[in-house]
Design a protein around this ligand. Sequence first.
Ligand code: OAD
Length: 247
Amino acid sequence: MKTPLIPARLIERLRTARRVVVLSGAGISAESGVPTFREAQTGLWEQYSPEDLATPEAFARDPKLVWEWYAWRRNLVRQAEPNAGHLSLVEMERKIPEFTLITQNVDGLHRRAGSQTILELHGNLFRTKCSNKNTVVKTWDSTEVPPRCPCCAGLLRPDVVWFGEMLPHETLQAAQQATEQADIFFSIGTSALVYPAANLPIFALQAGATVIEINPQPTPISAQMTFSLNGAAGTLLPVLLTETWGH
Ligand code: OAD
């Protein structure tokens, strides 16, 4: 007999769950053609690793290089479309009384897919802030690269969290609170290497939730999961939805 993709016990629990939390990472956008963080950079950017570009030190050293890398990523994401994984989470939100989507992704694809309650732990590529005052800047006339803040002439930068920076306090707090109260917690498409996000599935387990990982590769937390589903989010999530709620 063929082993079912989704364990029956998981389907039963999901049907009656009231509070569901999903943590997503770059893997959920992989099937939209957005490269994950730890995949090789392509083309022009091949010689750089994200760890060399996504830091305050990199921006201080070469702000033009960092700005241009983000401009390239924005362009890549603009051409991408949400995939079946993103769309399944929109559907799941409609079925679950209290649903929270926590994402480490800065690509905005969950919102474009139609998800409503989203906590963006690492910011958003399409938002810009002043590197002096840390305030969001919506428009500017400066044609320099990077542009300068219209208020204080500080350099503008993407409103994303770089390595070594703090996560937005209120967003992290809301994520932790939702995690503590979850009946079911999904960790989808994340290598579970970057903290504090990588702690959330463990907090959920400690608080008594059923914790499910969806990833084609094992991660450092796979062995601790209640269920570890080995496969692509864009394949497994639609099957999970259909098996739980039908069409
Ligand atoms: P990573 O690039 O570290 O990991 C992506 C994960 O997705 C890997 O474990 C892959 O096996 C998995 N994956 C690939 N294709 C998949 C698919 N189709 N379906 C499901 N999973 C798939 O990305 P993140 O874990 O998101 O932080 O990285 C976390 C953070 O580290 C990022 O937000 C970023 C990064 O450096 C900051 O910029 C602060």
